[in-house]
Design a protein around this ligand. Structure first.
Ligand SMILES: Nc1ncnc2c1ncn2[C@@H]1O[C@H](COP(=O)(O)OP(=O)(O)OP(=O)(O)O)[C@@H](O)[C@H]1O
Ligand SMILES: [Mg+2]
Length: 439
């Protein structure tokens, strides 16, 4: 079966790539081979592979460049790009490069050029599959690179992460990037099926197997044969269904409810959970052997608050997407709204951001969406809260000090503070100061 990624795409980096350069290439499906000019290197290529050379002029000495020149001369057909340093001196090698990217290189632009070289047939499916997992933060680049690595391997993947982080979107992408992408993808939320029906939903039943089973029915695993099954909220699977699932994983067979005839199924299993499965195992709610089987490859989805810069990117994307489908006035965010979004903790992650943006897009009266439209506390509110906090603290300290000076005598303290005795009592209540204990 052809994988969308079956033709390898490789960048030979002459020099030493940085961390971000490495993860960006990997997230876009490029393999990276760093060739250090001072070390002996052979550049091997297989037919069908797309191999591009990238010469990093930034830290390469003249003698190193000489060696690179020799190496690349042996592969004249290999397209070359260059990353040039500050005040780059002219060099004959530069003339051989299709494109030069001055330091610091615009990596998006570089990837765009690489993509163009790889040709239109190399990745459209692959790139589309990841369209639902946007983000340029390092954690997201690493996640996408991991996802690309896991996709072609026929092993189970356990997708973990808080609610709304994109676990289901990741499962779809894994399937679409896998050799099974032309085969069925069947998703089921294990927590949404009544416990009594789980076995029959997943593994099917024979006619008469239980009251109401008027005909034979195939279960989800049989329908997904040769494709992928996505078990969402796998932690909610009842114990008897866990046993049947373990059998599918170990032996590749299942039995319909009401039959003891084993049926062979070929499915790849993806599972997601937002509960701590290890704890469920400790508490006896989840089979340990099943956990080990499912947990071969693990894909953790990072919470939105940990994705540096992505909140802004996603907020703009969701708004632009909404605008393309609805007639709305809002076309951007006020700077206060953007700051508020960056500060917010997003317990509901990407889904919450999407919902807030859509609601705000509808309710906003102006062209810029405000904090109020997003139902987030603005800077003003935050400052006011802080000021209030400082004031309260100062008031309590002052009251305590006057009370000490007046030896906790209310009348004396009221005279010192030039307020009524009633006010002193009120302030003591407000700041939870027990006169009895203080004295
Ligand atoms: N990185 C992303 N870029 C764009 N859209 C995203 C991204 N991550 C998630 N979404 C969108 O956010 C919504 C929630 O994603 P999804 O349903 O995959 O999350 P989940 O982790 O399965 O949530 P839950 O735990 O609640 O089931 C979907 O509409 C999805 O398309
Ligand atoms: Mg989900």
């Amino acid at each position: 079966m052809a994988t969308p990624d079956s033709d390898k795409r490789c960048v030979i980096w002459f020099g030493k790539p940085g961390t971000r350069e490495k993860v960006m290439l990997a997230a876009d499906g490029w393999q990276l081979r760093a060739v250090l000019p001072q070390q002996p290197a052979e550049i091997g290529m297989r037919g069908g592979d797309v191999v591009v050379g990238l010469i990093d002029f930034r830290n390469s000495s003249d003698s190193e460049l000489e060696r690179i020149e020799k190496l690349t001369a042996e592969h004249r057909h290999m397209p070359l790009f260059a990353i040039t340093g500050d005040n780059q001196a002219p060099h004959p090698l530069l003339a051989a490069c299709l494109q030069q990217f001055p330091h610091p290189p615009d990596l998006k632009e570089l990837l765009h050029h690489l993509q163009a070289l790889a040709g239109p047939s190399a990745t459209p499916v692959a790139d589309e599959a990841l369209d639902t997992l946007l983000g340029e933060s390092e954690v997201m680049l690493v996640m996408r690179a991991t996802l690309r690595k896991f996709a072609p391997v026929d092993l189970p993947v356990l997708i973990t992460g808080e609610t709304g982080t994109g676990k289901e979107a990741a499962a779809h992408a894994l399937h679409r990037l896998s050799p099974r992408h032309v085969k069925p993808f069947q998703a089921v939320n294990c927590g949404a099926i009544p416990a009594t029906l789980v076995q029959s939903e997943l593994f099917g039943h024979e006619r008469g197997a239980f009251t109401g089973a008027t005909s034979r029915r195939q279960g989800l695993f049989e329908t997904a044969h040769t494709g992928t099954v996505f078990l969402d909220e796998v932690g909610d699977l009842p114990l008897d269904a866990q046993t049947s699932l373990l059998r599918v994983l170990q032996e590749g067979t299942l039995e319909r409810v009401g039959s003891n005839q084993p049926i062979r199924v070929d499915v790849r299993i993806l599972a997601a959970t937002h509960v701590d499965l290890e704890r469920a195992v400790e508490e006896g709610r989840f089979r340990r052997d099943l956990y080990y089987r499912l947990n071969v490859l693990r894909l953790p989805m990072p919470p939105l608050r940990k994705r540096d810069g992505d909140i802004d990117l996603l907020a703009r994307h969701f708004l632009a997407d909404f605008r393309s489908r609805h007639r709305i006035r809002a076309r951007g965010y006020s700077s206060e709204a953007r700051q508020a979004m960056a500060r917010f903790q997003w317990p509901g992650n990407v889904r919450e951001l999407l919902n807030r943006v859509q609601r705000a897009a509808i309710t906003a009266e102006g062209e810029l969406i405000s904090c109020a439209d997003l139902e987030l506390a603005g800077n003003g509110a935050a400052n006011r809260n802080q000021l209030e906090h400082v004031r309260t603290h100062a008031e309590r300290e002052a009251l305590l000090s006057y009370l000490q000076q007046s030896r906790y005598n209310i009348s004396a303290c009221a005279r010192l503070m030039k307020v009524s005795r009633v006010t002193i009592y009120r302030l003591c209540r407000k700041h939870q100061l027990e006169l009895g204990t203080l004295r």
